[in-house]
Design a protein around this ligand. Structure first.
Ligand SMILES: [Zn+2]
Length: 212
C-alpha cells in the first residue's frame, strides 16, 4: 500500500474533529458552489486547524467559510478594522478553479548556492502552504514573532528567499504589501521549499514558528 501523504494524514485526522462543528455542516454547504469547492475548503480548514493545534494547542479560534473570492484564506485579529474576533476565514466561492489557475503558473522556489531553481507545485503542496501562511499570521499577532524584513541581511539560504520576495513585492501591483504579508510570504516560500525536499513535520512546524 502506498504510504499516506502529509495532506492525507492531516485531512484524515482533522476531518473527524471538524465534522462535529456546526460551522462545517451548515456554513460550508451554502457557501460552496460546487462539490470541488467544498472539498478544497475542507482540506484547507483541516490544514489550518492542524498547524494551529500543534502550535497553539488549547487556544483554538473559529474558522469561517465565506461566500467570497477575494482571496483563498485569511486571518483576522480584533486589532484589524472590521474584525470583531480572532478567526481564520476561507473564501469558498470558485475556490477549486481559482486554486487550479494559481497552481498552473506558480513555482516552488529553492536555491542551489545562489542559483534560483523553480519547480512545479502540486495542489497538495499549495494547500499546505496556505495553512502555514495563515497560521504564521496568527503567530505575528499572538506571539509577536521576529518577522522577516526587506531591509535586513539574513544568513543563507534565508537571505535568498527575502530578496526573492522583495523582487516579487516590487513587481506586483495587486498584493498587499504590508510588513506582515512580506513576512508570511517569506515563511510560506521557505516552508514550501522544505516541504518539496521532504523535510520532517517537526522541521516544517519550526519553519512556521521561526523567530518565536
Ligand atoms: Zn497573508
Amino acid at each position: 500500500m502506498k504510504p499516506k501523504t502529509l495532506l492525507e494524514i492531516i485531512t484524515t485526522r482533522q476531518r473527524i474533529k471538524l465534522s462535529g462543528l456546526p460551522l462545517i455542516s451548515e456554513g460550508i454547504m451554502s457557501r460552496g458552489r460546487t462539490p470541488e469547492d467544498i472539498e478544497i475548503a475542507i482540506k484547507i480548514a483541516c490544514v489550518i486547524s492542524f498547524f494551529d493545534f500543534i502550535i497553539f494547542r488549547s487556544n483554538p479560534i473559529k474558522l469561517y467559510f465565506i461566500n467570497g473570492e477575494s482571496n483563498f484564506a485569511g486571518y483576522s485579529h480584533p486589532s484589524m478594522p472590521g474584525s470583531p474576533e480572532e478567526s481564520y476565514n476561507i473564501y469558498v466561492a470558485n475556490l477549486s478553479s481559482r486554486i487550479k489557475e494559481q497552481i498552473s503558473f506558480f513555482k516552488i522556489i529553492s536555491f542551489n548556492k545562489d542559483k534560483l531553481l523553480r519547480n512545479t507545485c502540486s495542489e497538495e503542496e499549495y494547500l499546505l502552504m496556505i495553512g502555514a501562511h495563515e497560521v504564521r499570521h496568527r503567530l505575528q499577532f499572538i506571539h509577536n514573532v521576529k518577522m522577516f524584513r526587506r531591509d535586513v541581511e539574513y544568513r543563507k539560504p534565508f537571505n535568498n528567499f527575502v530578496r526573492y520576495i522583495g523582487y516579487v513585492f516590487e513587481d506586483a501591483s495587486v498584493i498587499d504589501k504590508t510588513d506582515i504579508e512580506f513576512d508570511a510570504k517569506v515563511v510560506g516560500e521557505i516552508f514550501l521549499s522544505s516541504l518539496h525536499k521532504n523535510k520532517s513535520l517537526r522541521e516544517l512546524i519550526d519553519i512556521i514558528q521561526m523567530g518565536r
